[in-house]
Write a protein that binds this ligand. Sequence first.
Ligand code: SF4
Ligand code: SF4
Length: 96
Amino acid sequence: MDDFRYLPGVTTLKLDEKACIGCGMCLAVCPHGVFVINERTAKVIDRDGCMECGACATNCPVNALSVDPGVGCAAYIIQSWIKGKENASCGDGGCC
Ligand code: SF4
Ligand code: SF4
């Protein structure tokens, strides 16, 4: 899904490069190729590819990553328009 694009500039993904130990776990679990490892540190190379699934933050062993899962999920936003925010969820749209 390298061509996946969500709304530009909305992801809550944050990477603390100083905390990163370069283990590569975020590369392994990210479904959209958001990261590379460069000089033993993760780098975000495709921020707008992030759909806030939360896998990278969940699996980072040193908590160098944070993201608010679902906040930027397309399914969540569409559902929030239709059903209201309290009834919307990210997982129902099959994107994650
Ligand atoms: S939240 Fe999901 S899509 Fe976004 S960078 Fe992390 S693993 Fe990739
Ligand atoms: S999972 Fe965490 S420590 Fe490992 S490369 Fe990614 S950001 Fe760095």
